[in-house]
Design a protein around this ligand. Structure first.
Ligand code: ATP
Ligand code: MG
Length: 139
């Protein structure tokens, strides 16, 4: 995948609360183009695989349970400097520390139910995008 792409996922809290449209509007207005998108549901095992890097962390079990608790919306996005700009747009992991106007400040409920995911590197953006979308869907 090109380095001007990132991967995001609207998490179960944001989708269940009906914020899908509002969040996508913010993302598009910030200049990101939607490359691939769908609504799907992770099993606990698949959530565990997606967040495998956190397997040893104390919050891992809660995170996997939460991420499989309802539908999510995975999306591949494109924009210059996509990974860094998108992390700025979503704000800090802990919503109480997120800047005003960021997606997490607006929509996150807690450290776990924090509305949205954003890849932390070009390499992980490619890996995570391919976790949800076939190569033929990433055009
Ligand atoms: P994400 O990867 O979801 O975009 P992030 O990169 O800001 O979030 P990570 O450190 O990768 O943060 O953590 C992944 C997810 O695990 C967080 O989004 C959050 O839902 C959860 N998480 C991280 N740290 C904690 C914590 N201390 N307590 C509870 N949940 C946590
Ligand atoms: Mg992360």
């Amino acid at each position: 995948m090109a380095t001007n792409r990132t991967f995001t996922m609207l998490k179960p809290d944001a989708v269940a609360d009906g914020h899908t449209g509002a969040i996508i509007k913010i993302i598009e207005e910030a200049g990101f183009k939607i490359i691939a998108m769908k609504k799907t549901l992770l099993t606990p095992a698949l959530a565990g695989k997606f967040y495998e890097v956190h397997a040893e962390r104390p919050f891992y079990a809660d995170l996997c349970q939460y991420m499989s608790s309802g539908p999510i919306v995975p999306i591949i996005l494109e924009k210059d400097n996509a990974v860094a700009d998108f992390r700025k747009l979503i704000g800090a992991t802990d919503p109480s520390k997120a800047d005003e106007g960021t997606i997490r400040k607006l929509f996150a409920k807690s450290m776990t139910a924090n509305a949205i995911h954003g890849s932390d590197s070009d390499e992980n953006a490619a890996i995570e995008g391919s976790f949800f979308f076939a190569a033929t869907e990433q055009f």
